[in-house]
Design a protein around this ligand. Structure first.
Ligand SMILES: [Zn+2]
Length: 336
């Protein structure tokens, strides 16, 4: 079965979420007061090239590594309060995620667990302890546990409700952020595997965040991160029309070159960079069907709107295999 964007993001629910997100974004800017400047979260250069505005946030491309990012962000404290209680964050937790969680289990979490298992096998990693950072309701760990039962699967999760869900499943939970968990002697350097899915695009201080994942991992252990790639097809082609480019939730879209610089800077070894995304073409098509002006390039418009299903599938396959999808996986090792 071919996965469609609507399977995991029903259009009505997505539209309402994006509306709340834009409202929250404006409110957050008013509340935030002084914004914090950041250099490129990928290569650390300060060479911003104006890209476009979205929800009143200015996005720039890094002139060096081409990462896309919000240059001026609210502080960590403002973000923390925002994620704890805001209309868009609450809508995601109360309505959006529950409505698609079972569809996502099949479409996302089962393949994700299989892929992680295959990665561990390819690096001959014998797993005892895995830590999933931002585990949510624990669906990835559910599926991972089905594949390789009997492992010590731990959770780092800031939400009290979701932490309880995981505790009820018998998992050891650190209720809080990765930065705090990495300071705790019981958690520090304890994971043979540290995973963190779809979080990095939310993060302002990416160096501190990746350092926390590194510190949770034991020397020789593996870190797997997934997220949005700023040089991937749908984000690159759609620019401000891209739904995932949605500050204040999503503010960081690293390029492959940015990932390489970031991982090297933080004393990690980049084992692999992959973009196993399957939705880029469908995402661009859905935006174009609603907003015909979103893409001006005739070739891309024609391919995405009028190409046969086979042609579009083949093009998506080409994007995935050539690291040109906007859904990226970073596989790194903490050196011994
Ligand atoms: Zn850069």
């Amino acid at each position: 079965m071919i996965l469609r964007e609507a399977d995991i993001r029903p259009p009505d629910i997505l539209a309402e979420y994006l509306r709340l997100n834009a409202e929250d974004g404006r409110r957050l800017l008013e509340q935030a007061g002084t914004l914090q400047h950041r250099s490129c979260p990928g290569c650390n250069a300060n060479n911003p090239q104006p890209a476009f505005k979205k929800n009143e946030y200015s996005l720039v491309h890094c002139g060096d590594c081409k990462s896309l990012y919000v240059e001026w962000t609210p502080s960590d404290e403002v973000f923390e309060a925002f994620y704890q209680d805001s209309p868009s964050a609450n809508y995601w937790a109360d309505t959006f995620f529950p409505s698609v969680s079972e569809a996502r289990r099949k479409a996302i979490f089962q393949p994700r667990a299989s892929q992680v298992n295959a990665i561990l096998a390819s690096y001959d990693m014998r797993l005892k302890v895995a830590i999933d950072v931002g585990a949510g309701a624990g669906l990835f760990l559910d599926e991972f546990n089905k594949l390789i039962p009997g492992k010590d699967l731990r959770v780092v999760e800031p939400s009290a409700i979701l932490s309880r869900t995981n505790r009820n499943l018998g998992r050891q939970v650190f209720e809080g952020y990765a930065s705090a968990a990495a300071m705790d002697p019981a958690w520090r350097a304890s994971g043979d595997l540290v995973t963190c899915f779809e979080v990095i695009e939310h993060v302002a201080d990416v160096d501190a965040f990746i350092s926390s994942l590194r510190d949770l991992c034991r020397p020789g252990g593996i870190i797997i991160i997934s997220g949005l790639c700023g040089t991937g097809f749908d984000i690159r082609v759609l620019g401000k029309y891209s739904n995932p480019v949605s500050p204040p939730h999503h503010i960081t879209f690293l390029s492959r070159a940015g990932v390489e610089r970031l991982i090297g800077r933080l004393d990690l070894e980049l084992l692999s960079f992959l973009t196993p995304g399957v939705l880029d073409v469908d995402i661009v098509r859905n935006v174009l069907l609603r907003e015909p002006e979103a893409v001006t390039d005739d070739f891309v418009r024609d391919l995405v709107l009028n190409g046969s299903e086979e042609t579009r599938a083949a093009f998506q396959d080409f994007l995935s295999k050539n690291c040109l999808s906007s859904h990226m996986w970073i596989i790194a090792r903490r050196p011994r």
